[in-house]
Design a protein around this ligand. Structure first.
Ligand SMILES: [Zn+2]
Ligand SMILES: [Zn+2]
Length: 346
């Protein structure tokens, strides 16, 4: 067993505390990663608070992990000691179902093994990145390109891939009008990536508070959804809308902004069922879709794309003692645009 320092919560209403967790001894294809930075994703908060179903506490969240390989198993071929690497939202999958074979491990038919709050193939609960070390099978590790700093790389492993994947799938690029709903951790990455792909990007945010940032990230237009005019003005405009908001929004109003054959993709996950008037789809052959992170191959592709286009998230690096405070600030939308824990402070 390898001992790792960590921060854990013991229940939905608990604060984070210092913890020591066990990481398994290296199996043939495992790599031991010394974690340098871990991003704070909204999913961490939902899970820590027990809002996404039963959790086996104590829980160590964190699925935006950047670090350095410090040891490898005897049959590891893709990584060596000293490599700069990342781990995202999953750490394993069956590897044999048709989705896994297609490189879509996130949609593994037997269920992927989430980086935390899951159970691995050894029957042990998985614990995430708010820790000093993690052991992961090499097939679920990605390389962080040299020109991306490790602290800025961390949020790409969830926020980056979650937005990159649907932008690729639904063809964001030159000549396409893409709207991004919400300018938080996911939204600001969607703007940067869609712009780098060559699309004309519009931000739809509740207010104009972050307009200057949005334009700087590459948006051509920025509208406040609290202004009723916005929806009449933009009716039938967008080829693709990426909705990063997990709170309930008026889906029919947003669908009305799509052009003929346009698609609205939800990457935010509202807790309650949405109300949808199917006429909003029928009338212009529109689609309403969902998308969840990306496969490992695509995650590597996203990192290489970000390196090539010099795209990194805007981050605030914090110490481990500030995790509780950071959670409060995320819930108040008071972060520009992602908190990243410096794990040397654990
Ligand atoms: Zn996440
Ligand atoms: Zn599978």
């Amino acid at each position: 067993m390898i001992k790792a320092k960590a921060r854990a919560v013991d229940g939905p209403d608990q604060s984070f505390r210092v913890a020591e967790i066990n990481r398994r001894d290296l199996d043939l294809h495992d790599v031991l990663i010394e974690i340098k930075y871990a991003g704070i994703c909204h999913s961490d908060i939902h899970t820590a608070h027990g809002e996404w179903g039963e959790v086996n506490y104590p829980l160590v969240p964190g699925h935006e992990i950047a670090g350095v390989v410090t040891e490898i198993g005897p049959e590891v071929t893709q990584y060596k000691v000293g490599d700069r690497v990342g781990v995202g939202c999953m750490v394993d999958s069956c590897g044999t179902c048709e989705n896994c074979l297609e490189g879509e491990e996130q949609y593994c038919l037997k269920g992927n093994v989430p980086t935390y709050a899951g159970v691995d193939k050894y029957g042990e609960p998985t614990q995430g990145g708010y820790s000093t070390h993690i052991v992961v099978t090499e097939g679920f590790v990605v390389k962080i390109p040299d020109n991306i700093e490790l602290d800025a790389a961390a949020p790409l492993l969830c926020a980056g891939i979650t937005t990159y994947s649907p932008l690729v799938r639904w063809g964001a690029g030159p000549g396409k009008k893409v709207a991004v709903v919400g300018m938080g951790g996911l939204g600001h990455m969607a703007v940067k990536i869609a712009h780098a792909m060559g699309a004309e990007v519009t931000v739809l945010s509740q207010t104009l508070n972050k307009k200057e940032d949005g334009l700087q990230f590459g948006a051509a237009h920025y509208y406040a959804t609290s202004e009723p005019d916005t929806f009449t003005q933009l009716a039938g405009t967008f080829d693709l809308i990426i909705n990063t908001v997990s709170a309930e929004i008026d889906m029919n109003a947003y669908l009305s902004l799509l052009t003929l054959n346009g698609t609205l993709v939800n990457v935010g996950a509202p807790g309650e069922p949405l109300s949808l008037n199917v006429m909003s789809l029928i009338s212009h052959r529109r689609s309403f879709a969902g998308s969840m992170i990306g496969g490992i191959r695509e995650t590597q592709e996203m990192l290489d794309f970000c390196a090539k286009h010099d795209i990194t998230p805007n981050i605030e690096v914090i110490s481990a003692d500030d995790i509780d405070h950071a959670y409060k600030r995320v819930l108040a939308s008071d972060v520009k645009y992602r908190f990243v824990i410096d794990t040397s402070t654990l």
